[in-house]
Design a protein around this ligand. Sequence first.
Ligand code: DX5
Ligand code: ZN
Length: 223
Amino acid sequence: MQISPSLLAADWARLADEAARVPDADWLHFDVMDGHFVPNLTAGLSVVESLLAATSIPLDCHLMIADPDRWAPGYAEAGAANVTFHAEAVHAPVRLARTLRSLGARAGLAVNPATPITPYADLLPDLDMVLLMTVEPGFGGQRFLDMVLPKVAEARELVRRSGCDVWVQVDGGVSEDTIGRCAEAGANVFVAGSAVFGADDPDRMVRTLREMATAASPLAASD
Ligand code: DX5
Ligand code: ZN
């Protein structure tokens, strides 16, 4: 059970200090938004490079961008430990996933709430993670979409049948109120932005969320 606090909810004038507030995090989730794939704009590779130099927590880059085939490899080259691109934007997912892995990164495939995961089952051997968006991508602090939970279970079942060690991540509206349902459905990596950075003690919230996920997960016994 891994917690990936989303820096989207942190103070962007002090990103390195904010990263230092969650030393128990397994990952730092960095949302790259280009104002095209999603109606919001954040930051890109240069900020990721600076952050990589400022923290030892592995970076989980979530690319909400229109042309991941072109831009995603740069994040792997820079040293991001995980690079996730969107199914709705990518042109050659197998080629991109293999390129990311050859550059030493884990490869993640993200799907929006309305995008099914089943059509991507054959890609699982080339992936390290599937990310199921539990809000429409673009903004933090949105309400968790319960309708995605059956797809989380479906993804876990596809992974089990594939025999591949692919992680199932959820992102959007994950909090003390919703993490149990996600874990129960089969997720094992949890992105949480406002729940972590909106807490008085963000690192304590990371530990609380991990404990809640572990308690609810059918996988935790063997984790
Ligand atoms: C939304 C981003 C999320 C966001 C989650 O498009 O992908 O990572 O930061 O924020 P919360 O946890 O506040 O929903
Ligand atoms: Zn994200």
